[in-house]
Write a protein that binds this ligand. Structure first.
Ligand SMILES: NC(=O)c1ccc[n+]([C@@H]2O[C@H](COP(=O)([O-])OP(=O)(O)OC[C@H]3O[C@@H](n4cnc5c(N)ncnc54)[C@H](OP(=O)(O)O)[C@@H]3O)[C@@H](O)[C@H]2O)c1
Length: 300
């Protein structure tokens, strides 16, 4: 199938591209900045430098590609950036998604949208797909408004909500696990919240789940994340134990004591039973995913 992926230079997009190439699809990877991948020359791969907030560029790209599937993972993904620059966050996360939906409709493409646990308020945790949304940050609001637009799309669509993604950086940008490993090795002081619950997601698991959605033409909302609940501080302590570093300067703090621009949900893990049943989604434990992230040259 011809698949257009947005945000291919990002953490999620880079794994999605790799997974879809492995599955034999024809992948049109796109990002705002030049290609960071090493897939140039791969017969199934083409990179398109694209700002998806530009309708003229989008028209040209859709006319050239005529995709069967769009995996829209490009976003302004940092909640504090969105809080600080709300106009840009709306333009990229909400208006950009609307524009992509308009173009996708011309080719009746199957539209798959990457969304977030931050559409929930974090009061109860372990949310199921149909729990009521109530974002407490501007980032969460922009993603929820984009979700609403996807749900109104006239053709097939899927919304994939994920949580705190980590994995060996394919293009050199650190993820949480590799960032913490560096801080531990350099004995840097760093504070991490211990009262926020997350279900951290190993990026290759997420990419496999998205490939399964494409293969099965599974539509609707899916929660694709890890199965273990951890706070950021607990994750960091798992990394420290794996590296055998017992003396360090990582410190647990409460969310209320850590200044941040965007409010973050306290309990925000997602329930994955629907994906386990319908997609045969079987994510690794956090321990295994973390070990694989830190094994080999890129994570060392
Ligand atoms: N990472 C997580 O923990 C997490 C958790 C929940 C949900 N999500 C969702 O998962 C998706 C992927 O997240 P991520 O972590 O991979 O984000 P990321 O690493 O920040 O990557 C985002 C990508 O979006 C691209 N992009 C941003 N604005 C663009 C524009 N106007 N035109 C074209 N490309 C644009 C960026 O391109 P350039 O690099 O070329 O500028 C970048 O490649 C997002 O939708 C995010 O909301 C992520």
């Amino acid at each position: 199938m011809k698949i257009l992926v947005t945000g291919s230079n990002g953490l999620v997009g880079s794994y999605v591209v790799q997974q879809l190439l492995d599955a034999g699809h024809q992948v049109f990877a796109s990002s705002r900045t030049p290609d960071l991948s090493a897939f140039d020359g791969h017969p199934g791969y083409r990179f398109i430098q694209l700002d998806f907030t530009d309708p003229y560029m989008l028209d040209a790209v859709f006319e050239a590609v005529q995709p069967d599937v769009v995996v829209h993972s490009g976003a302004m993904s940092k909640p504090d950036d969105c809080e600080l620059n709300q106009a840009e966050a709306y333009k990229i996360n909400t208006a950009g998604t609307l524009q992509l939906l308009l173009n996708a409709a011309d080719y009746k493409s199957f539209f798959i949208f990457l969304s977030t646990d931050f559409i929930f308020n974090g009061k109860t945790g372990m949310h199921r797909e149909d729990d009521p949304a109530d974002p407490i940050s501007y980032y969460g609001r922009t993603k929820l408004e984009a979700e609403d637009a996807v749900k109104a799309y006239a053709y097939e669509w899927a919304i994939v909500r994920t949580v705190f993604v980590y994995g060996k950086p394919l293009y050199g940008r650190d993820c949480f696990v590799t960032m913490i490993a560096k801080k531990l090795r350099n004995n840097e002081a760093y504070s991490l919240t211990d009262d926020q619950e997350r279900t951290p997601t190993y990026a290759p698991d997420l990419a496999k789940g998205i490939a399964a959605i494409i293969e099965k033409k599974a539509t609707g909302v899916f929660h694709l994340c890890g199965k273990d609940v951890r706070s950021p501080y607990q994750m960091a302590m798992d990394v420290a134990a794996f590296l055998g570093i017992h003396a360090h300067q990582l410190k647990p703090v409460r969310t209320a004591d850590l200044p941040a621009l965007a409010q973050r949900p306290l309990k925000s893990g997602l329930d994955i039973s629907k994906a386990q049943q319908l997609l045969n989604y079987t994510p690794l434990s956090f321990g295994k995913g973390m070990e694989q992230t830190l094994s080999g040259a890129a994570g060392a």
